[in-house]
Structure formats: C-alpha cells, structure tokens
Ligand binder design. Structure first.
Ligand SMILES: Nc1ncnc2c1ncn2[C@@H]1O[C@H](COP(=O)(O)OP(=O)(O)OP(=O)(O)O)[C@@H](O)[C@H]1O
Ligand SMILES: [Mg+2]
Length: 285
C-alpha cells in the first residue's frame, strides 16, 4: 500500500493547496523534484537559516555556497528531513509522482526514501560508511535494504560499482579502514548510488581531501551526475567545486540567501557585495 497519509497524488493538481509554483508548471515542463518555500530553522535564539525558498528539477545540481556558519548544512539537513523547520514547507515528488511533505513524513517513509530514492554523502566518509563491514558489504547492504537477496548478484553489482568509482576489485573484501580518504569517499559515493537514487544530498563531499584527490573525485562526480541524470543538492564553501559541479547556485550569508542564479552568472557577474567578496577572495587566494 502506498503511504498516502502524508502525501497527495497530483492527479488533480488544484487539490494541493499552497503549491502554486508547482501546480502552475507548463503542461510539458518536467515537474519539480523538490520544492522549498520560506523555510526557517533556529537553534535557540541563533538563526540556522531563514526564509529560504528554492526549487530543484530532475537532473539538476544545485550548489549551496557561503562562508562557514552561513547555514548551508542546516538547510541541507532540513531538505533531507533530518529535523523539521520552525516554519515553511518542503515537498518532494517521488518516482511515482506522489508529492510528499518532507516535514510530515512518518519515520518509516523517510527511511524508505533514504534507502531507495535519496542518498546522503557526508564530508567525513566515516559518517556515511560502516567501518566494520567490508567495502563489498557496504555496497551490498544498501542493495539488500532495497530488496536484493541473491548473493552472487549482490557481489557482482558491488564489484561493478567499485570499478565505476575506480576502486580495484581485489579490494572488495577490505574494510574501509584500510582505504585512503579519497577511496573511502568514492566508496561512500558507490554505496549511495548503487540503489539508483533520484536525489543526492552532499555536504562538502571533497572537503577533507588533498587537492589532487579532490580533482579526481570532482571529475568522477561530474561523470556520474551526467550518466545517471542525478539531481543533487551540493553544499560547498569552495567556489571552484561549485562552478565545476553545480548548474545553479544559491549564496548564503548569516542564514539567508543573498543571491541565486545560474552558476556562471553568479560567479562571473556577482551582484551582491557579499558574493563579490567571496569571488574576489578566491581570485586572490
Ligand atoms: N547544533 C547546533 N547548535 C547550535 N547552533 C548551531 C548548531 N548547528 C549549527 N548551528 C549554528 O547555526 C548557524 C549555521 O550553521 P551551519 O552548520 O548550518 O553552517 P555551515 O554553513 O554549514 O558552516 P560550515 O561551512 O562551517 O559547515 C551557525 O551560526 C552555527 O553556529
Ligand atoms: Mg556545514
């Protein structure tokens, strides 16, 4: 049975209130995947993020940039339904076209989405991997969570994914502790992508890595995004990473969005003084 307690089927779009931006899509336009309206979150008196609205379409990479403490991770965690916003709404359209209110997802549904349709890539691969399970097991576990049972198939798929992320097959039985930081991050990506998710959340995926390892990982991510038509919400403080991966950017400062637009536009012709400062500090650095 479908989880319809907190979801709405858009057979008749007009039945869903408060979603004008979604329901007014042109008939032949691809429906929006994630729609966020006026979302805020506070830690006590401190602003985590405030009045954020954004849309994400299938196959699109949206970069969230801004200095440390600007609210990037807070927003990302809100989008992934990790905690509810103090105000605002987040809607996600699943593979069957059902619209979910992410704030009202029952835990079981949220977990199902996280297993099947979503991925979350952490800056620190230790947070996204099981360090006491072999690399193959890390990938296989996610497949089993999606219903795979045949050991041979699971191992075959795990090996296939190790090769996709450029890890030699003879490392399949190693634990991630025996991997380098870059390999761990690639393994985390394989574990996330093996179940063909539609939407990946990434928080500084190349943050902890050496520059040369970072460059290789960026290449790989670009290739995977294109190959699997992934939608990604990418948090990064690194404008080089943002330009390479993201189609569109939002720039955050003190919890608010100060500028948004196509990546090249925002980075080549920043309008807000804060974005100009961010861009010029990169040029000087
Ligand atoms: N668990 C928490 N408790 C209290 N305040 C928090 C907590 N997490 C974040 N904050 C505050 O919320 C604001 C936004 O933090 P957030 O972690 O979202 O920023 P960020 O842009 O991801 O920073 P960074 O680039 O350093 O990861 C900051 O002022 C931060 O101090
Ligand atoms: Mg952060």
């Amino acid at each position: 049975m479908k989880d319809i307690s907190t979801t709405e089927q858009l057979d008749n779009p007009t039945v869903v209130s408060g979603l004008m931006e979604i329901t007014t899509d042109a008939p032949d336009a691809e429906p929006v995947l994630l729609s966020v309206r006026d979302v805020s979150h506070y830690y006590g008196n401190r602003i985590g993020c405030r009045n954020i609205s954004l849309d994400l379409w299938p196959g699109e990479v949206l970069g969230i940039v801004g200095e440390s403490g600007s609210g990037k991770s807070t927003l990302l965690n809100l989008l992934a339904g990790r905690f509810p916003p103090a105000a605002g709404t987040i809607h996600y359209r699943d593979g069957e076209g059902i619209l979910h209110d992410v704030n009202k997802l029952p835990e079981a549904v949220r977990r199902r989405l996280l297993r099947t349709e979503w991925g979350f890539v952490y800056q620190n691969p230790r947070d996204g991997l099981r360090m006491r399970v072999s690399a193959g097991g890390n990938i296989g576990e996610r497949l089993m969570a999606c219903g795979s049972r045949h050991y041979g198939n699971i191992r075959g798929t795990a090996l296939d994914w190790l090769s996709k992320v450029e890890i030699a097959g003879d490392r399949v039985d190693d634990h991630p502790t025996a991997y380098s930081g870059g390999m761990q991050q690639r393994l985390q990506i394989a574990r996330n992508l093996v179940s063909s998710p539609r939407l990946i959340f990434m928080d500084e995926p190349t943050g902890g890595l050496d520059v040369s390892v970072q460059a290789k990982l960026l290449d790989l991510l670009r290739q995977l995004v294109r190959q699997f038509n992934l939608s990604v919400v990418l948090v990064t403080h690194d404008l080089v990473v943002a330009r390479l991966l993201a189609h569109r950017l939002i720039v955050m400062r003190r919890g608010e969005v100060v500028e948004a637009g196509l990546s090249d536009q925002v980075l080549d012709d920043p309008h807000h003084a804060y974005t100009q400062l961010l861009v010029s500090s990169i040029l000087q650095g």
